[in-house]
Design a protein around this ligand. Structure first.
Ligand SMILES: C[S@@+](CC[C@H](N)C(=O)[O-])C[C@H]1O[C@@H](n2cnc3c(N)ncnc32)[C@H](O)[C@@H]1O
Length: 303
């Protein structure tokens, strides 16, 4: 098996805009207002590729519960490298999409991936903080937020901004992590230790790895109405061995996206990283293994 050296994520990412934003005076204020004090996954090309893979792994589960049929203009907040944007463009051929992400490196990669749709005018990509969106009130029919709120200090303020820029009756979907739901069999102590430190580190950065459980409260606090939530789940066991193996591959890459930061901050040792990978590999070969993860998709309306 390949054991990846913990090393593909730089402590502050390789995104100069982001780093200078967090470390210069002006941008410290930006960090305080909107962006968590760091970003656990980093911004290198391995991580950017992982986001494209991640979007396809979850696509059917998420998008079977999403409808933007009544929308012509959509705002995607925290759009990253455009992985969800690609799916939205495929599924809604009439939709025009405004992407917003705080990282220039992510926006540049999105521009590359979505070149055809940017050139044709279907997609526009902006760099900016979701806390202070550079858009007028009543601009969009819909908004999509995916794996973003776990990374911001003040999720309600982001949702308030979303409410401001949505038209009356506009619909928002938020798809967010709920990391306390993770379960594996057989018992895998290095994996569980790594996961605990992964979440604790994100919490220390003022992100929230459990934000999914609070989405309904946050949407209501931000002024949204008709809030509904759906628990989405990946549950793989002996019924679906191929899907289980694919999901385990995906999961180990997700864990590794935090490895360098976790080692650099002394939260895990190289041995834990190696043992976690060995356990995940053993689970792939174990005919009785189980992997389970749930998260939350919320829908709400801006009236
Ligand atoms: C895990 S990625 C998800 C990207 C995309 N939604 C997807 O599902 O592929 C989170 C993204 O949120 C962005 N982000 C974090 N804080 C932000 C903020 N305050 N405003 C805008 N984007 C932010 C990061 O730069 C990163 O691209």
């Amino acid at each position: 098996m390949t054991v990846h050296a913990p090393g593909h994520v730089l402590p502050c990412g390789d995104d100069r805009t982001w780093c200078s934003a967090l470390h210069s005076g002006k941008l410290l204020a930006m960090g305080k207002s909107g962006i968590a004090d760091g970003y656990i996954h980093g911004f290198d090309t391995v991580e950017q590729d992982r986001l494209f893979q991640q979007a396809r792994i979850h696509e059917n589960v998420i998008f079977s519960q999403v409808s933007f049929d009544s929308c012509q203009s959509l705002l995607e907040i925290g759009s990253g490298v455009g992985a969800q944007t690609k799916i939205l463009l495929e599924r809604y051929p009439e939709l025009r999409i405004q992407c917003l992400d705080a990282s220039k490196a992510q926006a540049d990669r999105a521009a590359e991936a979505l070149k055809f749709d940017v050139d044709s005018g279907r997609v526009n990509i902006s760099v900016g903080d979701a806390m202070h969106m550079p858009f007028d009130e009543n601009s969009f029919d819909g908004a999509f937020v995916c794996w973003l709120l776990e990374h911001v200090q003040h999720p309600v303020d982001v949702l308030r901004e979303a409410h401001r820029v949505l038209k009356s009756g506009g619909v928002i979907y938020c798809n967010e992590v709920f990391n306390s739901t993770f379960y594996v069999h057989p018992y895998s102590p290095a994996t569980l230790k790594f996961w605990m430190e992964f979440n604790d580190y994100q919490w220390s950065l003022k992100g929230d790895p459990f934000v999914g459980g609070k989405l309904a409260n946050y949407l209501m606090e931000a002024g949204f109405q008709n809030v509904t939530t759906t628990v989405l789940t990946h549950q793989y066991d002996n019924r679906t061995p191929k899907k289980r193996a694919a999901f385990l591959d995906y999961w180990v890459n997700l864990l590794l996206s935090g490895a360098q930061n976790l080692v650099a901050t002394g939260r895990v040792t190289d041995d834990i990283v190696r043992d976690m990978q060995l356990e995940m590999e053993a689970m792939k070969k174990d005919p009785n293994s189980v992997i389970f993860y749930s998260w939350i998709l919320a829908r709400a309306e801006a009236w």
